[in-house]
Design a protein around this ligand. Structure first.
Ligand SMILES: Cc1cc2nc3c(=O)[nH]c(=O)nc-3n(C[C@H](O)[C@H](O)[C@H](O)COP(=O)(O)OP(=O)(O)OC[C@H]3O[C@@H](n4cnc5c(N)ncnc54)[C@H](O)[C@@H]3O)c2cc1C
Length: 532
């Protein structure tokens, strides 16, 4: 019997566990399907490249065949470990644009404007470099600016400046627009995940119980109220009761799946799988949004980037030794260092394209390793505010089955046009003098791909995304809303969803820091409600 049961120890779930267990009178249970994060792979920043395909720490989801993408299935990695996405991600610390949050508030979600959300970002963050009106040192999530970026990252920045874009020293400050170096969630050259920042310091609290390897199979809803949950642990089914609240923080694919398995979702979908309907909520699993991404990969004539050549392999071994001896070298670095936020045209008010530069050739989510046999560099061009919407549905009523994911990326023409404009702008940067000594052949989309028609074909054949699914348990008061602006599930008492799935519209940037801020705000809403 617990006061609060949190399902999912990811970016939002770890913040919640920390905040709700601050009061020693609250008994808090955190259930995480994945294992503990106590492994060098999670700690070492470059460990990401292994975690990305790890069957132990990753759900390894794939989408359904995507009609708008030539029938391809698209890889959808998700963290399955204490820390969730924050334990396997690229560690970029980005909040999005202030407008994103003001827009949520303008849609009727009280208290979600940036004026208020800024405090939640600050509550989470300990920023090593900035201490001003936008950043602070009130939290335990270590954020730092890159001290010694790779020369290639600086080259990309210089090229951007040569192309006429402004330098921005802080994308999370007064303005988001411009190019610069990313801030990262790293501390002492080790990843600072939500688990490291928010759970590790409080693990000894006697009123906090954390169970890993515990996949929740169902939320029990009795008389319209979430009464407890069932989870599988070591092959056994365990049931626990919640006296106050059950909080679903299982991420944008698994949170709607769990609601549906528990009888909360679109009637037709539940009945299809023989699940008794507790609340007919048509929006559960709908409104899926992702940041669509196209990579421009260029060969390098100078061998100073990462590769799987003989020299590259030797460098990798040296890197391993350097990291083990003194946590230095390339393993101590994130995969993306420079980039920024630009506008696809003068008509848009805030940046709608993100640039992320990597020091290697990155093809097909990095799953195509053959391309790494040569030196090269990649520029990710990402669409920040897609209009296309996908959905998450059930494969069956069995909780062990993966959810069915239909991304529908690039289904809307507007998205194609905007990303296409972004790719052209990316190519303009790559054509600047800063790259003259290095530039080889553009391998993908390829130098022969020039007209809008050719580029659109390439987008449909090759565009992927940057692992930011959101929106499937959207906050609001419209027919597709799943939670209200207090994050309470419509129609069920004692049940909230608190994670990236509640975003009504995707933020214009990476989603880890926003998920943590949502966790912090969610905790405040719960605690304030009790006081009232
Ligand atoms: C490869 C990759 C790279 C990324 N790079 C960046 C980046 O550089 N910067 C950035 O800002 N964002 C990045 N992101 C996105 C960011 O990490 C996520 O948006 C964020 O972690 C989402 O937080 P969340 O709390 O909504 O869900 P998650 O962090 O995914 O947490 C959900 C947790 O719930 C657990 N869970 C699921 N189902 C159950 C169940 N039934 N029972 C118990 N537990 C369950 C999961 O195992 C997981 O630990 C990246 C993501 C990936 C996958």
């Amino acid at each position: 019997m617990y006061d609060f049961i949190i399902i999912g120890g990811g970016s939002a779930g770890c913040v919640l566990a920390n905040r709700l267990s601050r009061d020693p009178s609250h008994q808090v249970l955190l259930l995480e399907a994945g294992p503990s994060d106590d492994t060098p792979l999670v700690r070492a920043p470059m460990g990401m490249v292994k975690l990305y395909e790890s069957p132990v720490f990753n759900w390894l989801f794939w989408s359904q065949h995507e009609k708008s993408q030539n029938g391809r299935k698209v890889y959808c990695p998700q963290g399955k470990v204490l820390g969730g996405g924050s334990a396997i991600n690229a560690m970029l610390y980005v909040r999005g644009n202030a407008w994103d949050y003001d827009n949520w508030e303008a849609q009727g979600n009280r208290g979600w404007g940036y004026g208020n959300m800024l405090q939640h970002f600050r509550n989470c963050e300990y920023n090593e470099n900035f201490d001003d009106e936008y950043h602070g040192r009130e939290g335990t999530l270590n954020v730092q600016s890159l001290a010694r970026p790779h020369p290639h990252a600086e080259r990309m920045l210089l090229a951007g400046l040569q192309a006429g874009y402004p330098f921005n020293p802080d994308f999370n400050g007064a303005t988001q627009e411009g190019l610069g170096m990313y801030q990262v969630t790293i501390k002492d050259r080790q990843r600072c995940s939500a688990a490291r920042a928010f759970l590790q310091p409080v693990m000894a609290r006697p009123n906090l119980t954390v169970v890993t390897g515990a996949q929740t199979s169902r939320i029990d809803i009795v008389g319209g109220r979430a009464a407890g949950v069932a989870y599988e642990h070591d092959g056994h089914l365990v049931t626990v009761k919640a006296t106050r609240e059950v909080i679903v923080s299982a991420g944008a694919f698994n949170s709607p799946k769990l609601l549906m398995l528990s009888g909360v979702g679109p009637r037709a979908e539940l009945e299809k799988h023989g699940i008794e309907v507790v609340v007919d909520l048509p929006g559960v699993g709908q409104n899926l949004q992702e940041h669509v991404d196209m990579v421009i990969g260029t060969q390098s004539r100078i061998g100073d980037t990462m590769s799987q050549t003989l020299k590259g392999m030797a460098q990798a071994v040296i890197g391993l030794i350097q990291y083990n001896l003194g946590r230095t070298g390339w393993i101590s670095k994130p995969v993306v260092e420079s980039g920024g936020f630009i506008k696809s045209s003068d008509q848009v008010a805030t940046p709608d394209i993100q640039i992320q530069s990597t020091t290697n050739l990155f093809k097909d989510h990095g799953l195509d390793k053959t391309v790494m046999k040569q030196y090269g560099y990649s520029m990710h061009v990402t669409l920040l505010r897609p209009k296309s919407r996908g959905q998450v549905t059930l494969k069956s009523a069995d909780f062990r089955d993966d959810p069915l994911i239909q991304l529908n990326m690039l289904a809307e023409d507007e998205d194609v046009k905007c990303l296409l404009a972004g790719v052209n702008k990316g190519r303009e940067m790559l054509a600047q003098p800063a790259y003259d000594r290095h530039r080889g052949v553009e391998l993908f989309p390829g130098e022969h791909v020039q007209s809008d028609e050719q580029l659109e074909k390439a987008l449909r054949a090759k565009a992927n995304h940057v692992y930011h699914p959101v929106g499937t348990c959207k906050m609001g008061h419209d027919p597709l809303a799943v939670v209200d602006d207090q994050l309470r599930v419509h129609g069920v008492d004692g049940l909230r969803v608190i994670d990236a799935s509640i975003m009504p519209t995707i933020v214009s940037g990476n989603t880890n820091a926003p998920a943590m801020a949502i966790g912090d705000r969610g905790a405040e809403l719960i605690l304030n409600e009790q006081v009232d």
